[in-house]
Structure formats: structure tokens, C-alpha cells
Design a protein around this ligand. Structure first.
Ligand code: MTE
Ligand code: MO
Length: 434
């Protein structure tokens, strides 16, 4: 059993497969903190966890191979001592995040692990710059930054033979912050997350942040691995038999957002104090002067390529009207404390909150038999179920990044056979009795 030495895992993670381990934190825990605790960080392993323990990390070697075949080998101690220590705050997101929403909402099952909204987590990473190490290994950074290198890709290989590559442009970008990381949230990398060394390619699909990193090759070609060539790509909704060579590998991530917390509050009258709610929804959205129901939403938003989130829009009536969520100031220093977000791009996620009122008239008379007051669902199509006196509405979230990219309205429009990049508006059904 190659998995017999896999580490112990936190029981609160939702496990999709045990061998190899694939697990995500539950929504509330995911959104609760800006930096995801190491033991709750989602885990995506294609194979077993290489069996390297603390005392054995002295034996770990990182080999760097240039296009002309020149090889240089580093111990972890050499990496730590020879190069400046760098720290960045970055989210990792699997390209399969929210795949289950895509399958459910479109009514077409996409292939792959049925991740909910938790195949994303955020941490601070410490290590050394890949570019610093490449330069030391004899690679000409100036030439590369002028676009004159023979090499076009940086290929990473992990100890269990997982491999992937990134374009050279990202690796040598002085603002690109690609790390060879040995620490996560101030602690040594946990075994599940790549101990003793992993690549962190911020703003890129997490599949490129190779764990248990032991080999880097500069090449004119992309990595030949199946994960580079035959996996993390997207095709049209109609394309069910695909030619993998037809589409580029996913690298920078598109804009994404999700609801991780949803709570209903009291029923209240129309003459509520909107300031007490923190939003002007009562005035803006009330179509019915009787009663409304308080709702509290929270979640994350994230975009790739270092693009920041500039706005998060929320709708309580299935997209008829919208309002803006509050973006939490996790990265802004207060009281003169240094900012907890480090790096040249916006690599971290943005958490958001919203407090509003769902006017009674907005709950539509729909036929549901769910007994739960709140049904956490991403369904775009109401299923016909028996009437039990409940009324339902859909609440929605979508985000906008600093290039004014936003998310597609429906999963059906971006459905793809592999279920990658499921970024449609996150829609949750809320039902209330009476
Ligand atoms: N690196 C190795 N060596 N083996 C793997 O299976 N999985 C990749 C990437 N790096 C993987 C890997 C994928 S698809 C993702 S989403 C991230 O690691 C997950 O990182 P995490 O488990 O630390 O969250
Ligand atoms: Mo992934």
C-alpha cells in the first residue's frame, strides 16, 4: 500500500477520496479566517505523500538543469543560507474548485472530483525566489527578461513523479514572486502540502505549485507530464471528445467568488433602521411593505494573475437587483502594524460580508419539500417537489477584478468535460416557512 505512510489528517475536512487524499474544508471554517490554518488547508494529491520525515529533510536535494544540460544541486540548508528569505501571502485554488456546482447547475456531470467551494485556501508562504536560485545556477536573468532565452518554460518535478510547468515569463518576472517555499503560515510545510519544499506560483492554477519539489528543468518545451498536456485545460460546452493539443494549459486563474457562510436572522417589519443592518436594502429593495427576513452572507473572492478584487455584488432575488458586499480589510495595516499581505501582486483572496433583508414578497411560492430552513444548493433549475408551505429565493454572489473581468452567469455556458474553472455566479437557495 503506497499510502500507508500518509500523514494523519484533520477529521473536519470533507474527504472526496482517501487514497490519494483529496479533501476540502467545510464552508464556515474556510471563510472564518484570512489565513487558512495548515491543518484545514484543502488537500489535492494525485498520488501518495512521499515519506520524508523532519529528520530526513537534510538529505533532500533540489536539482536545477539548464537548457544546455548544466546541472546544479542544492541542499535545503544551502537554499536557506545562500538566498534572501522571501514571504508572500497567496491563495492556491484547484482548477476543479466548484466543479460540483457546475455539474448540478447544468444538469450535466463533469468528470473529476466533485469539489464544492473549498478547493481553495489562503496562506503565507516563506522561501526563496525561484529567479534568485536560477541566476545562481548559471541562468542569465537579464537575457531572459529581455525575451532572449532559449528556454521558454520552467518544468517542476515532485518526488512522486508529479510534474508541471510554467512559462519562463512568469518565472523571471521581478513582480512574479514565484517561490521555492519551505514554510507555510510560519511553520514548516506539512507533509500533505509538500514537505520539505514546494513551488508556489502565485496567481496561477495550483496544479503548477508542485509539491515535494526535487527537480527543475529549463526547457524550450512545456512539461511532458499528463497534468500539463492532458488534464488542466478547458473546451467548449459541446466538446465531449477533445483533442488535448487544441487548447493551452490553464495558467493564470480567472475571477472567482463563493458564499461560505449563510445565516437567516429575524423576521422584521418594514420600518426597520437600515443602519442597524449595515446596508440600505430596506429602502432599495422592499417591494412589499409587510415583513422581511434578515440574511447574513459571507465568503471569498479571488482572481488570478495578481489582479485584485475591486467589488463583490450580491443579489437576494435571483439576480433582479444587486447590492455591494463589504470587502474585509485583511490586507490593510491598522495601528501601524505591518500589512499581513506580502508580495508584488494581489495573490491573496479577498473575504467579503453582507447583511441584508429579503423582503417577504421576494420569496416566491415554490414547491420544495426540504425541511431545512436553508438549503445550501447551487441549483440553477428548481426541481419540482411537493409543497410544504415553504417559500424560496436564490441568493447570488459575483465578483469583479481590477481588469473589470467578472464571472459568467451560468455554469451551462462554461461547462466543459473536465469541469475546470467553474466560476459562474454562486447561487444558493434560501427557503423560509410561511
Ligand atoms: N504536486 C505534487 N507533487 N503532486 C500533486 O499531486 N497536486 C497539484 C499541486 N501540486 C500535486 C502537486 C494540484 S492539482 C493542486 S490543486 C495543488 O498541488 C494542491 O495543493 P495543496 O494540496 O497544498 O492544497
Ligand atoms: Mo488541482
Amino acid at each position: 500500500d503506497p499510502f500507508e505512510h500518509d500523514p494523519e489528517r484533520d477529521p473536519s475536512l470533507i474527504t472526496h477520496t482517501a487514497k490519494p487524499r483529496n479533501a476540502e474544508p467545510p464552508g464556515e471554517a474556510l471563510g472564518a479566517r484570512f489565513l487558512t490554518p495548515n491543518e484545514l488547508f484543502y488537500v489535492r494529491n494525485h498520488m501518495w505523500v512521499p515519506n520524508i520525515r523532519d529528520h530526513e529533510s537534510d538529505n533532500h536535494r533540489l536539482t536545477i538543469e539548464l537548457v544546455d544540460g548544466t546541472v546544479k544541486v542544492y541542499t535545503l540548508e544551502e537554499l536557506r543560507e545562500k538566498f534572501p528569505k522571501r514571504k508572500i501571502t497567496a491563495a492556491l485554488q484547484c482548477s476543479g474548485n466548484r466543479r460540483s456546482h457546475m455539474s448540478e447547475a447544468s444538469g450535466r456531470k463533469a468528470n473529476g472530483l466533485p469539489w464544492s467551494a473549498g478547493a481553495i485556501s489562503n496562506a503565507s508562504w516563506e522561501g526563496v525566489y525561484l529567479a534568485d536560485v536560477l541566476a545562481d545556477a548559471g541562468f542569465d536573468l537579464t537575457e531572459a527578461r529581455n525575451g532572449l532565452s532559449e528556454a521558454q518554460h520552467v518544468q517542476f518535478m515532485g518526488l512522486e513523479a508529479y510534474g508541471a510547468s510554467i512559462p519562463l515569463r512568469k518565472a523571471v518576472d521581478p513582480f512574479g514572486d514565484v517561490l521555492l517555499a519551505y514554510s507555510m503560515n510560519g511553520k514548516p510545510l506539512p507533509r500533505d502540502h509538500g514537505f520539505p519544499l514546494r513551488a508556489i506560483v502565485p496567481g496561477y492554477v495550483a496544479a503548477r505549485s508542485v509539491k515535494w519539489l526535487n527537480h527543475i528543468t529549463l526547457s524550450e518545451e512545456e512539461s511532458a507530464s499528463q497534468w500539463q498536456r492532458k488534464d488542466y485545460k478547458c473546451f467548449g460546452p459541446n466538446q465531449t471528445r477533445v483533442d488535448w493539443d487544441d487548447a493551452p494549459a490553464i495558467q493564470e486563474m480567472p475571477v472567482q467568488s463563493a458564499i461560505t457562510g449563510l445565516r437567516l436572522g429575524k423576521w422584521i417589519g418594514s420600518k426597520i433602521d437600515s443602519h442597524a443592518l449595515g446596508n440600505d436594502v430596506a429602502g432599495k429593495q422592499s417591494r412589499d411593505d409587510s415583513l422581511g427576513r434578515e440574511i447574513y452572507l459571507s465568503g471569498y473572492a479571488f482572481s488570478g494573475g495578481g489582479r485584485s478584487i475591486i467589488r463583490v455584488d450580491v443579489s437576494l432575488d435571483d439576480g433582479l437587483s444587486w447590492d455591494q458586499a463589504i470587502l474585509l480589510p485583511d490586507c490593510v495595516s491598522n495601528n501601524g502594524e505591518p500589512s499581513p499581505c506580502q508580495g508584488h501582486g494581489t495573490w491573496a483572496w479577498k473575504r467579503w460580508q453582507y447583511a441584508g433583508l429579503i423582503p417577504a414578497a421576494i420569496f416566491k411560492e415554490k414547491l420544495y419539500n426540504e425541511s431545512a430552513l436553508v438549503k445550501a444548493s447551487s441549483n440553477e433549475h428548481h426541481q419540482n417537489k411537493a409543497w410544504t408551505g415553504q417559500r424560496c429565493t436564490n441568493v447570488l454572489v459575483k465578483a469583479v477584478d481590477d481588469a473589470y473581468n467578472t464571472q459568467p452567469e451560468s455554469h451551462a455556458a462554461t461547462w466543459n468535460i473536465r469541469g475546470n474553472l467553474a466560476t459562474a455566479w454562486h447561487r444558493m437557495q434560501v427557503c423560509t416557512a410561511g
